[in-house]
Design a binder for this molecule. Sequence first.
Ligand code: SAM
Length: 322
Amino acid sequence: MIVDRQGRRFRNLRISLTSACNYACTYCVPDGKRLVAAQNELSADAMARGVEYLIEAAGIERLRITGGEPLVSPRLERFMEQVGRMGLSDISLTTNAQLLARKLPILLDAGIGRINVSLDTLDPSAFRSIARGGDLATVLDGMEQARASGMRIKVNMVPLRGSNLDQVMPLLDYCLERGYELRFIELMRMGYLATDHHGFLQQFVSLDQLLALIGEHYGYQQADAPVDATAVRYRIPGKGHFGVIANESVPFCRTCSRLRLSSSGWLHGCLSSSNRHYVGDLLDKPRHQALPALQRLLIKALDDKQAVAFSGGATVMKIIGG
Ligand code: SAM
């Protein structure tokens, strides 16, 4: 097993099935262009082999499928069929849920029991101006259908000053009423926000600011979370839980166990590092040739992790997989 000096190792793999997305969220895709895939995206079979090889070479236990928007990928069905059979202890998916109702049977057939849905507002007009694609009612209907089929749902919201702060309480109540766990994601200095400090600070909402806002309406207590969890979790007695992924306020690099594989075959050991390692060519090789080479690259990828705190990264989130 490959372990670094801080005792960290890769356990969780995030695979970006495509970098194409049917949204162009203002904080992620500043040029507003939707559905642009990276060149030379891997085939479903190569990606599935990537997962299989990384289970063996890195000790991956859990898989999250992300993007871009994974549900727009033509490779979804074939990829899901294969990873569903790999015996991973946990497979989940992050989606904007625009196509969720249509693709639900594929996810259920592959044994996906939980999903994260990104949703920044319940206001249809704010939805159009933040996501710049899709339709809010279709998202809510998709979530409802997933819930009815027994899936556990977490909702991810990025609170943005000047844009959706008025939606924190409506979204929290909406989620508490339906048993969805809402997780607020502190805005991260990714993509253009890595260099646009003014734009970042203008929009950024911290953990403390968020808790103060929620505290005006509800009492809450900190709840337990797994050691390598990214979210700080809170319990509102009698109502349910919410979480905050506080990259800036409570950095979690010390316990980070994440590894990312992009749709075009690059391994990323850290969101905050510009280093990446090409493995696309290894995925066509038989395992006895691929695994030793993969292990050498995994050592480099683990070394890319920050010691303590996230400091920003130029890679756009939709490429690297959020
Ligand atoms: N399309 C899928 C979705 O919408 O969930 C998966 C990919 S999307 C890049 C994953 C997550 O990254 C979304 O929840 C999105 O809000 C978040 N995200 C993108 N850019 C971000 C940033 N700069 N800071 C914080 N979260 C960001």
